[in-house]
Design a protein around this ligand. Structure first.
Ligand SMILES: [Zn+2]
Ligand SMILES: [Zn+2]
Length: 252
């Protein structure tokens, strides 16, 4: 087990150098492309990029234009704790491959690609907003060697000049993988998983928080984080992610 953790850490450290040395490949299908972190034309066309109009509360795209501030039926019934989701693409088998390569293939350079796509969303947040990556429990961090949300958040902070707080919240419980769990089960599992150290309050009080995650599935993790951040005095919590599951579509 210890050996596995060491290997994950070593490969996480070496991988960016290897990524750099190898010819650029499409991050989804792997064919050779002109530049690092660029999709081939076929994969680019297959990604479903999300744009307005979308629900003012959860960010789910609307099929047609509505008045500013409109919210979807789900949010009318159960208003989420966060104040919006900004996802680059819809989650499907295609967009999921990018996350798989980043998280399990150790292609850490892909965090940069995701951050590049998130920059456009950060233009709409106040300049004193704080980027907070969704934390991993220390055991998960130890076995994987890195937290993909931290990598994305750190690069986004570099690109935008927004401040980054890695320890604003922490995960007190090691939660099991959520991919096979229903929305209700996920909610229960992560409900009390996060906590905020008292020292974080001064950093986030009255601020807009940009909560960074790789994928938004049912929203249970983001909501659990948003609740803790709001209890700690955050004014707003916006979730920035690479892909989001749309209602009625496959979940992970
Ligand atoms: Zn491709
Ligand atoms: Zn909504």
């Amino acid at each position: 087990m210890e050996r596995q953790g060491e290997m994950a850490l070593i490969s996480a450290i070496l991988k960016p150098a290897l990524d750099f040395a190898l010819p650029p490949r499409c991050p989804i299908c792997g064919i050779l492309v002109d530049n690092d972190n660029r999709f081939c034309l076929g994969c680019w066309q297959e990604l479903r990029f999300l744009s307005e109009p979308w629900c003012d509360s959860c960010g789910v795209p609307f099929a047609f234009e509505r008045t500013v501030g409109s919210v979807c039926l789900n949010c009318l019934e159960h208003r989420p704790a966060h104040d919006g989701v900004r996802a680059v693409v819809a989650y499907d088998d295609h967009s999921a491959q990018l996350v798989t390569r980043l998280k399990y293939g150790g292609r850490l350079g892909l965090a940069r690609l995701i951050a590049e796509h998130l920059v456009k969303f950060s233009l709409a947040v106040p300049r004193d907003s704080v980027i907070v990556p969704v934390p991993l429990h220390r055991w998960r961090l130890w076995s994987r060697g890195f937290n993909q949300s931290v990598l994305i958040g750190r690069t986004l902070a570099e690109f935008t000049g927004l401040s980054l707080e890695l320890d604003a919240i922490c995960r007190k419980n090691a939660t099991p993988p959520l991919y096979s769990k229903s929305a209700k089960q996920r909610q229960k599992i992560v409900k009390d998983a996060f906590t905020m150290p008292g020292s974080s309050r001064a950093l986030i009080a009255g601020k807009t928080i940009v909560l960074v995650d790789d994928v938004y599935t049912t929203g249970s993790t983001s909501n659990a984080c948003a609740k803790v951040l709001k209890q700690g005095g955050a004014d707003k919590v916006l979730v920035f992610c690479w892909a989001r599951v749309l209602a009625g579509e496959d979940t992970i």
